[in-house]
Ligand binder design. Structure first.
Ligand code: SAH
Ligand code: SF4
Length: 355
């Protein structure tokens, strides 16, 4: 597997490729024109392209499958150089708005959900990605290339704003070095120029790594996959809760540097008859007391062979109302792409049938 040019920051590339104005041009080809290979880079000398192509690839990913939902969600199965695959999702967050004169009020807004690993070591009992075990970490370039590939496929211009959520396959904090590198490459002014405030890292709660990410002071947001309010149930759902219990996560969140105007998101996967009762809602209010939090309730998305069920909408709304009435900001994540293989890991399984 050759390294990808997308594995490096502009500064790093400038140390490897001379003269440095060529790096600016290459950056433009990769991140503004979405060139997948060296052939497309018209103003780069042939000899330089030949030399670079001996050592590097440009975009290390190819699209192997794609499913489009009626709500605009598109799920991609992407293949890496070693043949391994992972998923990335294109999410339409807001429709474009056109006024009565036919003028555009605002453009549609999109979020890209990226993977950080092939498989996952955490092994959550409700998660399809966990069923296939852990294969390998993604490189920084493979993380960055997901955004480039999806923007290209959707003809999304480089200067249009986009949000990134690290909520695809894998545990981002288990691949912290490559994650941090990708965050920095996304931020590059001459590249994709996606600010840290537009990037949200979702974690199952490796509390020591939350501290490490905080110390790096990259400016990203975090989302905590909490899912349970007592350690017994949380350990059943997320085995590593035994090592990083709820209390240690809450303490790490309190230490995490956040933008004063922003809130830490707590994701709460609602599973029928497991954690959908108002007693849990009450405990959740208590647990998050004193934290500038926002709760995102997620419907459990069932798949074949799972022991868990999707909660009723009625229970979900009652849960939300309890939190809101007790002063917590709370949204219900509308299940995007319900008509396609929406839950994490489903498209991979369907295409390869390997799990
Ligand atoms: N490993 C990280 C990020 C990837 S998982 C984490 O756990 O936060 C992203 C989100 O998808 C998590 O909140 C996870 O709980 C959720 N998820 C996993 N399986 C799901 C399912 N079957 N239905 C709904 N959400 C699911
Ligand atoms: Fe890994 Fe997140 Fe799935 Fe848990 S929910 S197994 S941490 S990807």
């Amino acid at each position: 597997m050759k390294p990808s040019l997308m594995d490096y920051t502009q500064k790093e590339l400038m140390q490897m490729i001379k003269p440095s104005f060529r790096v600016k041009q290459i950056f433009g080809w990769m991140y503004h024109q979405y060139a997948s290979d060296f052939d497309a880079m018209k103003n780069i000398p042939k000899s330089m392209k030949a030399e670079l192509s001996e050592k590097f690839v440009v975009n290390p990913l190819t699209i192997v499958n794609k499913e489009e939902s009626s709500d605009g969600t598109i799920k991609y199965l992407l293949q890496m150089q070693d043949g391994k695959t992972m998923e990335a999702v294109w999410l339409k967050m807001k429709e474009e708005e056109i006024d009565c004169d036919g003028e555009l009020v605002h453009e549609a807004r999109y979020t890209i959900c990226v993977s950080t690993q092939v498989g996952c070591k955490v092994g959550c009992s409700f998660c399809l990605t966990a069923k296939g075990g852990f294969t390998r970490d993604l490189t920084a370039g493979e993380i960055v290339a997901q955004v480039v590939t999806l923007k290209k496929d959707n003809e999304h211009k480089h200067n249009r704003k986009i949000n990134i959520v690290y909520m695809g396959m894998g545990e981002p904090l288990d691949n912290l070095d490559n994650l941090a590198k990708a965050i920095q490459i996304f931020k590059e002014d001459d590249g994709l120029c996606i600010g840290a405030k537009r990037q949200t890292v979702s974690t199952s709660g490796l509390s020591t790594k939350i501290d490490k990410l905080g110390e790096m002071d990259l400016g990203v947001h975090i989302a905590i996959s909490l899912h349970a309010v007592d350690d017994e149930l949380r350990s059943e759902l997320i085995p590593m809760n035994k090592a990083h219990n709820i209390n240690s996560i809450i303490e790490a969140v309190k230490r995490f540097p956040i933008d004063t105007r922003k809130r830490v998101m707590f994701e709460y996967l609602v599973i029928k008859d497991k954690n959908d009762d108002l007693g849990s809602a009450k405990k959740l209010v208590k647990l998050l007391h004193g934290i500038k939090a926002k709760v995102n309730l997620i419907f459990f998305n069932p798949y074949e062979g799972t022991e868990y069920d999707r909660p009723s909408r009625k229970d979900m709304i009652a849960f939300q109302e309890y939190l809101v009435n007790h002063g917590l900001l709370c949204t219900i994540r509308d299940s995007k792409g319900m008509d396609i293989s929406a839950a994490c890991g489903q498209l991979k399984e369907k295409t390869e049938g390997e799990i």
